[in-house]
Design a protein around this ligand. Structure first.
Ligand code: GLY
Length: 349
């Protein structure tokens, strides 16, 4: 049972979703002169073989974790691509989670001024969000994802059978993006997620495929309308201003991205309530209840309890002030109005 969602950008591409799809990637090999795979030390032993023999010849394995989203690793990847003799008709395959997708996408964008790449996301977070839409980046000491470009993939293969092997924390991190997506998509999606929560947490195979498909359908619609985030795509940053600050203060990799996003969504709901943007008075309580059933935090206090770290207001404000979504030196928030509607570029005194 697989499905396909089209992303209608300048060069349209398909996101294929379902169990067992890694075996289907090899069929694309004849399109390219050479192919190199970028993966990490956790994913390689689990899934590299599933891509097939063609792709076993040129493999770059980096350390697992957020620390690999750095210029040092990027340079090493680019050097290794030269060593493999890749040319401008070659392609890269990103096999892994969001870190690998971002690093591979940026490597593909830079190598010889740009080669093609294919996303093979193996985490829930990467399947529902990071692998779709062409955002690529590495982190700077000053903040998360501050150096990157838009570079759309040729195809995305979201093999949902890989989700069974994810650690509990990493899986929940994906659930944070699922929660954000359902809230942005609207009442029907939110109600479906409420109904699916128990089976989703149990990683039921059919539920996983349906949930990934629904999130990708929403993201594809948003990206197709605004690929370069000039306006409406900014809605996808709901919760991210807070989340990036949490990740920055805790130290990259300490709080998984989607877990920080879940807390950020709760904080955005509170902020929307206190500044009069939120029009559905029941929404914050409803989202909190759903987040709890998914095992997710919804506040800074939850993150403090989880990490044992303190996130003071001045530290949060300082970290938020270097967010790339800011403009004219002001922090720009995405705040919910109701399920399916947000206000973007909100400035709060
Ligand atoms: N992850 C948000 C976006 O792709 O725009």
């Amino acid at each position: 049972m697989t499905s396909t969602v089209r992303v209608s950008v300048e060069t349209p591409y398909d996101v294929r979703i379902g169990p067992g799809l890694l075996q289907a990637v090899e069929a694309l090999a004849p399109r390219y002169s050479r192919v190199a795979v970028l993966t990490d030390e956790n994913v390689a032993p689990l899934y590299l073989e599933r891509l097939g023999e063609t792709f076993g010849k040129r493999v770059i394995v980096v350390a697992a974790g957020e620390a690999s989203k750095s210029f040092v690793t990027l340079e090493s990847v680019l050097d290794q691509l030269c060593g493999f003799g890749l040319d401008r008709d070659s392609a890269l395959i990103a096999l892994g989670g969001g870190v690998i997708g971002d690093l591979c996408g940026l490597s593909a964008a830079l190598f010889m001024r740009g080669v093609r790449f294919i996303q093979c996301p193996t985490t829930l977070l990467a399947q529902v969000d990071a692998s779709v839409g062409g955002k690529t980046a590495v982190n700077l000491t000053s903040g998360k994802n501050l150096a990157g470009v838009f570079h759309q993939p040729d195809a995305v293969f979201a093999d949902t059978s890989t989700l069974a092997s994810q650690s509990e924390d990493e899986f929940r991190s994906g659930l944070g993006e699922v929660l954000k997506t359902a809230l942005l998509d609207g009442e029907e999606h939110l109600a479906q997620l409420e109904a699916d929560a128990a089976l989703l947490v149990a990683r039921d195979s059919r539920t996983l495929t349906r949930v990934v498909e629904r999130c990708v359908q929403f993201k594809a619609k948003i990206v197709s309308a605004d690929p370069l985030e000039g306006g409406s795509r900014k809605c996808l940053n709901l919760g991210h201003t807070y989340a990036h600050a949490i990740e920055h203060i805790a130290g990259f990799g300490v709080v998984p991205h989607g877990i920080a996003v879940a807390a950020g969504v709760g904080m955005a709901l509170d902020q929307a309530g206190s500044c009069g943007v939120l029009e559905d008075a029941q929404l914050a309580g409803r989202v909190r209840k759903l987040a709890r059933s998914l095992g997710l935090p919804t506040s800074l206090e939850d993150i403090e309890a989880r990490t044992g770290l303190e996130f003071s207001e001045p530290d949060m404000l300082r970290a938020m002030s270097s967010d790339k979504k800011n403009a004219a030196g002001e922090v720009r928030y995405v705040l919910p109005v109701r399920a399916g509607e947000v206000r973007i570029d909100v400035v709060i005194e």
